[in-house]
Design a protein around this ligand. Structure first.
Ligand code: ATR
Length: 293
């Protein structure tokens, strides 16, 4: 393993793998984190063909790679490939962070912890005892439910266009009495303190069909996607009674901080990196990007 403090050697090598991956801000984020500790790292974006993931991981490792972030569409495959998993990766059945430990591939999932931290710490919005609505029932949502539930919300409703998928996901958390499933229509007449959009709708500039009156007084509307302009969900939420609106940029930086901590054993400061990213919005993707990376 190359020592990031040994200036006689090449910098330690990390990368994000996905398809597409050109939009990823992970290289800038990790380089800024590393600079906080005087660590020398190289962090690449690696576009991987569908069907070529396992081979790409193996080549990266053979070339001295020390850790990987994984984004769409490989998080499930990464889970299958890893020899050992953190509890939160096992719960999500998806991996967004791999650490190479000797011969072993250790898989973690930092997305949910990143989201939780952004909401509770950065945005100052407690989840404990609140009514939380999560939109969507795909991989992105599955990856974040565990950490959200650790905050002990009073209720957590999973609403999805295809109701059966929400029901199946809620069943995984059947031991938690506060988790229920719903379609969008059935939300009429209910209001929530925190609404988290984990659907892929924003990626297509679309909006889940939400009824009027879903926001309680002082509610936060959070889109797990991010882009260089507010998403259609954020604009709708602002116009329909949400008091606070945020995109997934903070989640992106916080999940990266969790990955950094797994690899380097230190927790980087995130606020300055977030500010830097906001100040470089011109470098951002024009289209909204998926959660994390
Ligand atoms: P991901 O891994 O990003 O979660 P996914 O597993 O394909 O991707 O899940 C996409 C989610 O976005 C699903 O919950 C999907 O709803 P369905 O299960 O009914 O397909 C949701 N979604 C995608 N486009 C949407 C839209 N235009 N309106 C509402 N929900 C949408």
């Amino acid at each position: 393993m190359s020592d990031p403090f040994d200036f006689g050697r090449p910098p330690a090598l990390y990368a994000v793998m996905g398809n597409p991956v050109s939009h990823s801000k992970s290289p800038q984020i990790h380089l800024q984190f590393a600079a906080q500790f005087g660590l020398r790292i190289e962090y690449r974006r690696i576009q991987v063909d569908v069907g070529g993931f396992a081979q790409a991981v193996s080549s990266f490792r053979a070339n001295g790679g020390q850790g990987l972030n994984i984004t769409v569409p490989f998080k499930l495959e990464a889970f299958e490939l890893c020899d050992r998993h953190s509890d939160r990766a096992a719960q999500a059945r998806a991996v967004n962070t791999i650490a190479f430990r000797g011969q072993e591939l250790y898989g973690d999932n930092t997305d949910g912890a990143g989201l939780r931290r952004d909401i509770t710490q950065n945005l100052g919005c407690p989840l404990r005892g609140r009514r939380v609505l999560v939109l969507g029932a795909g991989g992105a949502v599955r990856g974040v439910l565990g950490p959200l539930l650790e905050e002990a919300p009073a209720a957590l409703v999973i609403a999805n266009r295809t109701v059966d998928k929400a029901v199946a996901l809620a069943r995984l958390f059947a031991a938690r009495r506060q988790v229920t499933a719903s379609g969008f229509d059935a939300l009429a007449g209910h209001s929530f303190d925190v609404m988290i959009n984990g659907t892929a709708a924003s990626l297509e500039g679309e909006l889940p069909p939400l009824p009027e009156g879903v926001f309680a007084a002082g509610a936060l509307a959070y889109d797990m996607m991010y882009g260089d302009a507010p998403t259609v969900f954020m604009r709708w939420a602002e116009a329909h009674g949400a008091s606070q609106v945020a995109d997934g940029l903070g989640m992106l930086v916080e999940q990266a901080a969790e990955s950094f901590q797994l690899w380097h054993g230190r927790r980087p400061a995130t606020a300055a990196v977030m500010e830097w990213l906001l100040g470089h919005a011109a470098d951002a993707t024009e289209q909204p990007a998926p959660p994390g990376h």
